[in-house]
Write a protein that binds this ligand. Structure first.
Ligand SMILES: NC(=O)c1ccc[n+]([C@@H]2O[C@H](COP(=O)([O-])OP(=O)(O)OC[C@H]3O[C@@H](n4cnc5c(N)ncnc54)[C@H](OP(=O)(O)O)[C@@H]3O)[C@@H](O)[C@H]2O)c1
Length: 242
């Protein structure tokens, strides 16, 4: 088919939802996925069509399940053939001191935030024409207390992205790292998810002219010229002090 298409994991809510609406405005066909929030995902599909998406496909996807990943790839291929862009966005955050965190929450975060994107990308590789955008986190640069397993997964996303870029130089692979964002995961505090979506969109479209495999720190890219300057000064001062 001739229309451009994007697959966004976890697009029923939060950053994934805003990303879907951003691509819809640019005329992309969309694969919108949910794990539990089916009616929210259907709503995102309706809004996307109103904004300009020529076609939408809503799928249930659990990125921690091999069968679910394989089924999503099959259904996407049947509907759209190839896709231009894969956005690995679905994620979970279990904030807890490591000493109290059950094994199930450690494995769960690794399965959803790290294994999921790697397996989803692997399964979609034959279909992807242009870009793979992996959503990491600012915590994947610095770490944070009560976030040991989560930080490890987001650190891993950076390694995965760089390795993918080296292995598949014809694809654009970039890791986009939001700071605190006003979604249910961010407890409704922080940056508007639409701002993060804009950066995911620009990264996928190749609008930043940066090296394949790069990390995109959302706070920096969203800051505007003056903000970028202040951000750089702050980072250098921090480096100098430590
Ligand atoms: N919000 C922040 O402050 C922040 C900061 C840095 C990075 N991030 C990253 O940004 C991404 C999106 O976060 P968000 O804040 O938008 O989260 P969110 O509002 O909690 O939304 C999470 C999305 O992921 C889906 N999901 C959850 N578990 C899944 C699974 N096992 N398989 C497939 N989909 C699953 C959810 O689907 P259902 O609704 O259907 O369950 C939902 O669509 C995540 O990777 C997160 O780590 C967020």
């Amino acid at each position: 088919m001739s229309n451009k298409a994007v697959f966004i994991s976890g697009s029923s809510r939060g950053i994934g939802r805003s990303t879907a609406l951003r691509f819809a405005r640019a005329g992309y066909c969309l694969v919108i996925t949910y794990q539990n929030s089916e009616s929210e995902a259907e709503m995102v599909a309706r809004e996307s069509r109103q904004l300009g998406a020529p076609e939408t496909l809503v799928l249930r996807l659990d990125v921690s399940s091999n069968e679910s990943i394989m089924s999503a790839a099959k259904q996407t291929r049947e509907k759209f053939g190839n896709i231009d862009i894969l956005v690995n966005n679905a994620g979970i955050f279990k904030k807890q001191p490591l000493a109290e965190q059950p094994f199930s929450d450690i494995s769960g975060q690794i399965a959803v935030n790290l294994e999921g994107p790697i397996k989803l990308t692997r399964e979609f590789l034959p279909l992807i024409k242009k870009s793979v955008i992996n959503v990491g986190s600012g915590i994947g640069f610095v770490g944070k207390k009560h976030a040991a397993a989560y930080a490890a997964t987001k650190w891993g996303i950076r390694g995965f992205t760089k390795s993918l870029a080296a292995e598949m130089p014809n694809l654009r692979a970039l890791a986009v790292h939001p700071g605190l964002t006003a979604t249910s995961m961010g407890n409704a505090g922080g940056m508007a998810p639409e701002k993060v979506a804009e950066i995911i969109f620009n990264a996928a479209e190749g609008n930043y002219g940066i090296k394949n495999g790069s990390d995109i720190d959302v706070r920096y890219y969203a800051a505007g010229y003056a903000g970028k300057f202040l951000y750089l000064v702050k980072s250098y001062v921090k480096k100098f002090i430590s």
